[in-house]
Design a protein around this ligand. Structure first.
Ligand code: PLP
Length: 388
């Protein structure tokens, strides 16, 4: 039997890379297909197979692939120098836009959500002089040592011991943890709708309780909006009456290029201020590079209040339709989580039928999709995924 183009790439890849690719998060056995092009909401793989992209690089592509205005902005930036050993106006522009949209007064940039979480935790530790971080089971905050599972290979026990892991949305467990450890807690790290925990929004009461108790105990509240920032012009937090001390974002604010950012109060963010004798150093050869900054700025400008509303409405419509057909679905707005037991089989069935989703059933819509595209996506998902 002749080998497909994908299989040939995989054979080459495994000779140079363990497992044949770089991201554990995109691996599906026996091996994931290799993407070749992305245009709008369609991705074509090395075998020439076309799929609706409902993965959108794990939610980061708000406008699908190769949006002409974002491509133009990135090209212009590259043409003027892709990165400098100096700051540029582009990072000021993006910080100002984020400040204007979120009301969060101070920002700094890095290259990924992982780095953003790492720097936020470090700032919280520096600001409080404490070590412990309270987190919630199933919430993914990237791959930094301090926020991965206690049993993750390669993480020293001393680091894992600094985390206290609590069940999601469980006020009793949280009250108990704060009563016992609140005085030694640097921060509580909260994702308002954790994907890996099932994409269920945290209750308003729980979010308010976390804010109240952290303030009482002198601990900081970090809200991780790396995934949820796409749900509103100022993220999912705009639906909660909670002001965090620090917020981490990433993905969509880079317009498809590598990015992360920490936003926060002037007081806490001053931990990074070299004018104020910073206690926390923030480096990153490519942090705030003008290509990511300009592409991100363009993507966010295109994502005005009207675009946010339309995209969220498309997601609500898809979720309702799937739920009515008996499928188990969670999420809100443009983020839909398909709860299917049988991954990776379901992933492959969807892929072969023409829909690319996250390896755990995460669907993220893009503004490149028309109403008809979303109807077709719904039809494909209903025809493939089992009802419960
Ligand atoms: C909530 C959350 N925080 C942090 C991260 C890490 O971001 P990155 O993959 O850009 O390092 C992710 C990635 O999916 C995430 O979902």
């Amino acid at each position: 039997m002749s080998q497909s183009a994908d299989d040939l790439l995989f054979a080459r890849a495994t000779a140079a890379m363990p497992g044949g690719n770089t991201r554990s998060t995109v691996f599906v056995p026996p091996h994931p297909p290799y993407a070749v092009t992305g245009r709008g909401c369609v991705v074509t793989d090395a075998n020439g197979h076309e799929v609706y992209d409902c993965n959108n690089n794990y939610t980061s592509l708000l406008h699908g692939h190769a949006h002409p205005e974002i491509v133009r902005a990135a090209r212009e930036a590259v043409g003027q120098g892709s990165a400098f050993g100096l700051p540029t106006e582009s990072e000021i522009d993006l910080a100002e836009l984020l400040r204007e949209r979120t009301g969060i007064p101070r920002w700094r940039f890095c290259n990924s959500g992982t780095e953003a979480v790492m720097m936020a935790v470090r700032a919280a530790r520096a600001a409080t002089g404490r070590g412990r971080v309270i987190r919630f089971h199933g919430s993914y905050h990237g791959t930094y040592d301090g926020v991965v599972g206690a049993d993750a290979a390669g993480v020293p026990q001393a680091v894992a011991e600094q985390s206290i892991l609590l069940p999601q949305d469980d006020p009793v467990a949280f009250e108990h943890a704060m009563a016992t450890h609140g005085h030694e807690t640097a921060a509580v790290l909260l994702d308002l709708m954790p994907n890996r925990a099932g994409l269920r929004p945290v209750s308003r009461a729980m979010a308010e309780l976390v804010r109240k108790r952290t303030a009482e105990h002198g601990a900081l509240l970090i809200i991780d909006e790396v995934i949820t920032f796409r749900l509103g012009n100022s993220g999912l937090r705009e639906r909660y009456d909670v002001e965090p001390d620090l917020t981490t974002v990433g993905k969509v604010i880079g317009g498809g290029f590598p990015v992360g950012a920490v936003g926060g109060t002037a007081e806490v963010m001053d931990s990074f201020n070299p004018l104020g004798g910073a206690t926390v150093s923030w480096g990153g050869t490519f942090s705030a590079n003008p290509v990511s900054m300009r592409a991100g700025l363009t993507a966010l400008r295109l994502f005005d209040a009207g675009a946010v509303k339309r995209l969220n409405a498309l997601g609500d419509q898809l979720r309702d339709e799937l739920a009515t057909a008996g499928l188990a679905v969670n999420g809100t707005g443009s983020l839909v989580r398909l709860l299917v037991d049988d991954y990776p089989r379901a992933w492959w069935d969807l892929y072969r039928a023409g829909v690319l989703v996250g390896t755990n059933g995460l669907i993220a819509l893009s503004t490149a999709m028309t109403d008809d595209d979303v109807i077709e996506i719904g039809r494909v998902v209903r025809s493939v995924a089992p009802a419960r």
